[in-house]
Design a protein around this ligand. Structure first.
Ligand SMILES: [Ca+2]
Length: 124
């Protein structure tokens, strides 16, 4: 997914790509992928991953770009909680050249409804 924070020279300039867990997700989740700011212009970006509002990962670009940076961690996610991928304009709040590529896979154990685990038509 290609991302770019909007605005220029504003301190609180962030975008959020949000994934929200459905009712079938309740427990251990793995979040893996990478973030990269590849345009050598301006002052790079800052990137965070928050789970239910709690910071789980962050990286801050140095110079004009952010080299591809990988993340891979396990966390607990409950139904209706969110995983937020947050990109800010970073550095001195310059948004020029902040085009960034996010790759992310969220793997969760699917918890099927209890009815599907029981054979209601079982007969001896
Ligand atoms: Ca920037």
């Amino acid at each position: 997914m290609a991302l770019h924070p909007g605005g220029q020279n504003t301190e609180y300039d962030y975008l959020v790509a949000r994934w929200t867990a459905g009712d079938a997700v309740d427990g251990l989740v793995n979040i893996a992928g990478s973030i990269r700011n590849f345009v050598a212009n301006g002052d790079s970006v800052i990137f965070f991953i928050c789970v239910d509002g709690v910071l789980k990962f962050s990286v801050d670009g140095e110079g004009a770009t952010l080299a591809e940076t990988y993340f891979d961690f396990d966390t607990i996610v409950r139904p209706s909680q969110s995983v937020d991928f947050v990109l800010g304009n970073g550095g001195t709040n310059n948004s020029l050249g902040d085009e960034s590529l996010l790759r992310a896979v969220i793997s969760a154990n699917y918890r099927p409804p209890i009815e599907s685990l029981v054979d209601l038509d079982y007969e001896e």
